[in-house]
Ligand binder design. Structure first.
Ligand SMILES: Nc1ncnc2c1ncn2[C@@H]1O[C@H](COP(=O)(O)OP(=O)(O)OP(=O)(O)O)[C@@H](O)[C@H]1O
Ligand SMILES: [Mg+2]
Length: 595
């Protein structure tokens, strides 16, 4: 199974730093590159506005109390701002107070705009990631996706796509903090280069200390990812296996394994929070130490007291930004494994279903397999070995063979869920893969033993292959397969919910729903994969006759375990252990004809 292993890395073995992961993911946002600098500029404005707004509030208070003079006496940047405001609007107390109030409002609006923009950005990123991952799941080759754990796929789609949004948020915060540090830092050097250099040295020392913590955080991130995937799998088992596990009285076991997966996620999350809190505390202590060192160095090297105080105040403003960089860096380290699994899911070089460009014009003569080989997993040998046969248009062909002989594999190749490893599948001489999937599949419909009913109502399930069908047509096919009466007896009729995997219906009802669904598509080529195994014999015969009647001129492929199945087939293909059992007879056909 392709689970992301907690320690050993990943599927393709490429391990990148969190920065590189985010940069790689950023490539998916080519057209929105302007958003990052805009967000950082806005964030910086918001940070400065936030810093200024306390001072502005004090000035508003002074202004309201008619104490403007006190501001001027106080000196510093506040006095300068006050001076410039008076220079423009005059000294009228009310006007000055109004200007301060407007400035405070402006700061608040900047902070508000930043928060809203951030939320918009995060939701855009999350949606984009979700849609891209979902697109991969829908378009990647079925054969590639089949062996992946559903829990892992679900976790990547539902949760890890949000982690990417979180990562972008942290990246923007780092951008804002770096800009803020540059602005405040420049101010610091402007005040005194000695203080500036000391602050720089101290900052590097604190950073180096906190850096040590990123190693366990990264490991925790990988462990958390794996634990969450296991938990998602357990959730799926509990939901999908609801009936099976109960009838085998496995509730105790279910509760135990779910509980242990759930508590592992909790333990890892708490450990991560514990390290985060430690970072906060260490950062605090580190910066306090730095302030003391700076004050001492400033005092010893003759920097005057007001300058030292101003520098220390500036440093105080700088501190949260320094810490934010470290927090975001560590958060990103913790997200690395999730970012990697999203990136790997989105990496472009994955197998996709082969797609041709020709429009399928309809079968004129035959569908043909020539020496088709296929293996699901090379380690398990070939599931189909040089299989050749012909299915003729307008005829009923029986494909028969024991369990595990390769019948469903053949159907999956016809339905283009798989592509052959070698050999050729052709329709009227044209390679099947030269036709577009949709145009080929438009002419085909399948009803099977395990009907894959999907969540939704009966009507939605019936119309999966014929979305525009009207209810009269739906009723007609339901009547043909003798399910109409059952449906009309339901309180909600066609609006009845199907339940997970069709659990609200009996096995035979599910098969009849599957048959109706296939017939509603009015296919040229109908595939019945043990489609009536759960239907009583006399009803089966009635339904078979009606199908034969409506399919006049169409092609039918009937799949059965038994070569002597009581099907009025025009020709038979026998398969055993992935090989055609009876040698080809006749001049063109590999089929053995019943005559
Ligand atoms: N997803 C898969 N991965 C690996 N091997 C598979 C997979 N699906 C089928 N196989 C193997 O391929 C072979 C053919 O399987 P297939 O499902 O085609 O048999 P079948 O004739 O349809 O059997 P049944 O009558 O029981 O449905 C079997 O050996 C099976 O174990
Ligand atoms: Mg099968």
């Amino acid at each position: 199974m392709n689970r992301v292993e907690p320690e050993s890395g990943n599927v393709d073995g490429s391990s990148l730093s969190p920065w590189a992961e985010v940069v790689a993911l950023t490539r998916l946002f080519g057209e929105r590159v302007w958003a990052a600098p805009f967000l950082i500029a806005l964030g910086l404005g918001a940070a400065l506005a936030d810093t200024l707004s306390v001072g502005l509030a004090v000035m508003l208070l002074f202004a309201l109390l008619g104490q403007n003079q006190k501001i001027a006496e106080g000196g510093g940047i506040l006095a300068r701002i006050h001076q410039s405001i008076e220079g423009v609007v005059g000294t009228d107390v009310t006007t000055v107070a109004a200007v301060f109030f407007a400035l405070i409002l402006l700061s608040a609006m900047l902070v508000y705009a930043y928060q809203v923009t951030t939320a918009v950005m995060m939701n855009h990123v999350a949606q984009r990631m979700r849609d891209l991952v979902h697109h991969q799941y829908v378009t990647l080759s079925y054969r590639y996706l089949q062996p992946h754990e559903q829990g892992q796929l679900l976790h990547i789609l539902a949760t890890e796509t949000w982690t990417v949004a979180d990562a972008f948020y942290h990246l923007a915060r780092v951008g804002v903090s770096i800009c803020a540090i540059l602005v405040f830092g420049a101010g610091l050097f402007f005040l005194s280069w000695i203080v500036g250099i000391t602050a720089l040295v101290c900052a590097i020392a604190v950073f180096a200390l906190l850096r040590l913590l990123s190693v366990p955080v990264r490991r925790l991130g990988r462990e958390t990812l794996a634990a969450n995937q296991v938990l998602a799998e357990r959730m799926l088992v509990s939901l999908h296996g609801m009936r099976t596990l109960r009838v085998f009285a496995q509730e105790e076991y279910l509760l135990r394994v779910f509980g242990s997966a759930s508590s592992r996620v909790r333990r890892l999350a708490i450990r991560a929070e514990w390290i985060k809190a430690l970072i906060g505390t260490l950062g605090e202590v580190g910066s306090l130490g730095a302030l003391i060192v700076i004050a001492l160095v400033a005092g010893r090297s003759g920097v005057d007291v007001p300058t030292t105080i101003a520098a220390v105040l500036l440093l105080f403003r700088l501190q949260p930004h320094l810490r934010e960089i470290e927090t975001s860096r560590l958060a990103l380290a913790g997200m690395n494994a999730s970012l990697r699994s999203v990136r790997e899911t989105l990496d472009g070089d994955k197998p996709r279903a082969a797609e041709g460009s020709k429009a399928f014009p309809g079968m004129r003569s035959e569908l043909r397999f020539d020496d088709v080989c296929f293996s699901h997993d090379p380690r398990r040998g070939r599931s189909l070995d040089a299989v050749s046969f012909v299915i003729r248009r307008g005829k009923t062909t029986l494909l028969a063979g024991p369990s595990g002989s390769g019948k469903t594999t053949i159907l999956n190749l016809i339905l283009r869920l798989y592509d052959p490893d070698s050999g050729r599948i052709s329709v009227d001489g044209v390679n099947l893969h030269d036709y577009s999937r949709a145009s080929w599949l438009n002419s085909v419909a399948i009803a099977g033993q395990d009907i894959e009913l999907i969540e939704g109502t009966l009507a939605q399930n019936l119309k999966i292959g014929a979305r525009d069908a009207d209810m009269a047509a739906v009723r007609r096919v339901c009547e043909m397969v003798e399910i109409l009466e059952d449906i009309e007896a339901l309180p909600d009729g066609f609006n009845t919910r199907i339940g997970t995997a069709g659990q609200n219906f009996s096995g035979g009802q599910r098969q009849r729903i599957g048959l109706a669904r296939a017939l509603l598509r009015a296919p040229e080529f109908l595939i019945l994969d043990e489609a009536m195994s759960a239907i009583e014999p006399d009803r089966e015969i009635r339904i078979r006759d009606r199908i034969a009647e409506t399919m006049q001129g169409g092609t039918i492929l009937v799949v059965s375990h038994r070569v002597d199945a009581a099907v009025a087939a025009d020709s038979r293909i026998a398969i055993a252990k992935g090989r055609i059992a009876s040698p080809p007879q006749g001049e063109t056909a590999a089929n053995s004809s019943k005559g």
